[in-house]
Design a protein around this ligand. Structure first.
Ligand SMILES: C[S@@+](CC[C@H](N)C(=O)[O-])C[C@H]1O[C@@H](n2cnc3c(N)ncnc32)[C@H](O)[C@@H]1O
Length: 200
């Protein structure tokens, strides 16, 4: 891994790998083909716990296969449900949460994440995140749902008090505006206070 990755996902992985350790408890809110779930399982090891959500059975099958091939199915709980219901499955504090928004690569492009459920899931995940925990969101503005998600997540970030949460943007300045980028939240308070009009 170079110090300056050419793509967004390797950057997010390299950042999270500096933060995570064996035994940690984490969530992948968009399992997809399992690359992020596998990365998380490798990071927390067999003593850790990974919760991995997707609404498509095919995504969980692909993720399960990837984990089995790597001999790392043990720490992972695969959940066929929307990430907006994360609080129904997880009660313990999380060390990290990953979102990789959009549609399943090589899958049904009409089945994408949706702004309303995405925002519910991000808010609930920030509550579940322990102090000093990290939440990453990879956003794709290249399709309609993705654009709406970019607008909503950006607006939400703007309302988050600076002393409660660092929010870092990783974006290529010389790529199209629709190119994927990441927002990284580092929770610094037990509870995050948001400015009006909305609170979590
Ligand atoms: C860009 S893919 C994720 C890629 C994945 N992280 C990987 O490493 O391969 C987005 C995934 O989000 C899933 N998804 C869409 N809406 C969802 C929801 N409400 N809850 C959980 N997953 C959802 C899609 O089915 C799709 O598999």
């Amino acid at each position: 891994m170079t110090a300056l990755p050419h793509n967004i996902l390797p950057f997010v992985h390299s950042l999270l790998s500096q933060h995570l350790k064996a035994g940690d408890c984490v969530a992948d809110c968009t399992a997809g083909n399992g690359q992020d779930t596998l990365f998380l399982a490798q990071s927390v090891g067999k003593t850790g716990q990974v919760f991995s959500f997707d609404i498509q059975e095919i995504a969980l099958q692909n993720t399960r296969q990837r984990l089995q091939d790597a001999g790392l199915i043990e720490p992972v709980k695969l959940i066929l449900d929307g990430h907006q219901n994360i609080d129904c499955y997880i009660r313990t504090p999380l060390d990290a949460v990953m979102f990789n928004l959009g549609y399943l690569p090589q899958g049904d492009k009409n089945c994408t994440t949706n702004v309303d459920s995405t925002m519910i899931a991000i808010k609930k995940s920030l509550k579940l995140l322990r102090k000093n925990g990290i939440l990453s969101v990879v956003l794709y503005g290249g399709h309609e749902n993705g654009k709406a998600e970019c607008v909503a997540v950006e607006a939400f970030s703007g309302r988050c008090k600076q002393q409660d949460c660092d929010i870092l943007r990783y974006q290529f300045a010389n790529r199209p505006k629709t190119a994927p980028y990441a927002l990284i939240f580092r929770k610094m308070a037990d509870e995050i206070i948001f400015r009006q009009p909305e609170s979590i």
